[in-house]
Design a protein around this ligand. Structure first.
Ligand SMILES: CC(C)(COP(=O)(O)OP(=O)(O)OC[C@H]1O[C@@H](n2cnc3c(N)ncnc32)[C@H](O)[C@@H]1OP(=O)(O)O)[C@@H](O)C(=O)NCCC(=O)NCCS
Length: 161
């Protein structure tokens, strides 16, 4: 079945909550100290992404196959950030494809739709962060024209008191 991408709707929020939580769990598994795992992840993502559906400066799109949502991407307009030395740009924050639907082009379609929509919002570039261990995602992004620009490093501390 072909995969299609469309803007997310209110009725997608249960699927968005489930997939957002899965993305957070994946990151926690990469590095449990760096990536937090709050309680009630699904409800948190349902609330946040449901809210972002109404934000004109945010983009939430879903991939569908055979009438079923199999992936999503979330991005938004980000303002100038002096700490990051990053001017106003699009930020691609989440992209997830259900395991059973991977390697069929859904990730590429979601990323390309995000790029189109952030371009339409006037953005000159799209910046994303990807976990150091997430080689498949890095390969996809590089194949679509993203270049590596920052390396985040984390050191654990023993807090005083
Ligand atoms: C990263 C992720 C979104 C990619 O999604 P995907 O749907 O598998 O991506 P695509 O199918 O578009 O591309 C992946 C591979 O399938 C291949 N492919 C693309 N279209 C294809 C098609 N029609 N038929 C067969 N293979 C295809 C691509 O060449 C690519 O191959 P490669 O990995 O060897 O480079 C997905 O693996 C995922 O959800 N991972 C977990 C979440 C995650 O890591 N998100 C990124 C956070 S930064």
């Amino acid at each position: 079945m072909p995969i299609t991408v469309r803007p997310a709707e209110d009725s997608d929020t249960p699927a968005l909550g489930r997939m957002g939580a899965a993305l957070a769990r994946q990151h926690h598994d990469f590095d449990p100290q760096r990536f937090m795992l709050p309680e009630d992840l699904e409800a948190g993502y349902r609330w946040w992404l449901g809210k972002e559906l109404k934000n004109r400066k945010a983009v939430v799109v879903v991939a569908e196959r055979d009438g079923e949502v199999v992936g999503y991407a979330y991005g938004r307009v980000e303002g100038r950030d002096w700490n990051a030395l990053r001017d106003t740009c699009g930020g691609l924050h989440d992209i997830w494809v259900e395991e059973a639907a991977r390697s069929s082009g859904a990730g590429r379609l979601l990323a390309e739709e995000m790029v189109r929509r952030l371009t339409d919002l006037g953005m000159p570039r799209v910046v994303l962060m990807t976990a150091a261990k997430n080689v498949p995602a890095q390969r996809l992004f590089e194949s679509l024209g993203w270049r590596p620009t920052m390396v985040e490093m984390t050191r654990e501390l023993t807090p005083k008191g």
